[in-house]
Design a protein. Structure first.
Length: 287
């Protein structure tokens, strides 16, 4: 394994034997042309941000750069030029990138995965792992570990076989969340577009944070042609009781069991239905 340093500011990158340095060759705030020339000991890695840039070893999938869909275009362009392209993305975005390649019928690329604070180990199907950002390095650069043999003029040896692809979610059925899943990635596989992720969140009141879904969690993939179940979320305040909340929401305190049934695990993990605490977030089913 070797170390790679990357930064928007190539002047901040160390020029050390046996290491790699990486920065951008296009896009907004790209370093001045010729930045590569200052490195005489480290191996230079060039990062592209635009899908039409037929250069570089790495395509950057981030909010202001390539999307999962345009990453497919960039990889196809670079492969046509004889390159072995790599896609940089966050660990949480990898599933959406993989789904975009599957949908386009383009073989999945190798990856440079970013997971700040994670162990210094390169995941399967990847050539590098960015484990430290500037907040961790306390320098004007990020750090990654890189497999031996990348980059090279010839194709990188084939990585270890990737895990079996996640099952394809089907509308109107339940789906078991697997490692690496995101709501947008599940939406892309289920509906052919990532844009329907709010429908999945809306149909699963157990998901409090749409950016945090847990492997093993069973969720409903709603049929978009059918009416969606409706609910709202309510945060318990001092003095609340299930009876009082039900009286406000349904006009009858006796309906407290409806709220309890929709939040049983969370309520029982606290003090039970007679002892709900301020700050507890409850799902209130529609009347």
């Amino acid at each position: 394994m070797r170390t790679m340093y990357d930064s928007l500011n190539p002047a901040a990158l160390p020029d050390l034997p046996g290491t790699l340095v990486a920065s951008y060759i296009d896009g907004e705030n790209a370093p001045a042309a010729g930045w590569q020339s200052r490195f005489t000991q480290a191996t230079v890695v060039e990062i592209a941000r635009n899908p039409g840039t037929n250069a570089g070893q790495v395509g950057d999938v981030e909010s202001t750069d390539l999307t999962p869909a345009t990453a497919v275009d960039w990889v196809h362009l670079r492969r046509s030029a004889g390159a072995v392209p790599v896609i940089y993305c966050n660990a949480s975005t990898r599933a959406a990138v993989a789904a975009a390649f599957a949908a386009a019928g383009e073989p999945e690329p190798l990856y440079w995965i970013a997971d700040w604070g994670a162990a210094q180990a390169v995941p399967e199907g990847a050539v590098a792992m960015q484990y430290a950002n500037t907040a961790i390095t306390h320098q004007d650069y990020d750090e990654s570990v890189v497999i031996d043999g990348w980059p090279s003029a010839s194709p990188v040896p084939a990585p270890a076989p990737s895990p079996a692809p996640a099952p394809v979610p089907t509308a109107a059925q339940t789906y078991v969340v697997v490692r690496g899943d995101t709501l947008s990635g599940i939406s892309l596989r289920a509906y052919g577009t990532a844009d329907n992720w709010p429908a999945i969140w809306h149909a699963n009141p157990s998901i409090a944070n749409p950016d945090l879904i847990i492997p093993g969690e069973v969720i409903l993939i709603p049929d978009l042609a059918a009416p969606l179940p409706t609910f709202k979320r309510y945060t318990v305040v001092s003095g609340d009781s299930l009876w009082a909340i039900a009286a406000r929401e349904y006009g009858s305190g006796g309906q407290w069991t409806v709220i309890y049934a929709a939040n049983k695990a969370e309520i029982d993990a606290g003090g039970g239905p007679s002892d709900i605490h301020p700050g507890l977030e409850l799902v209130i089913p529609a009347a």
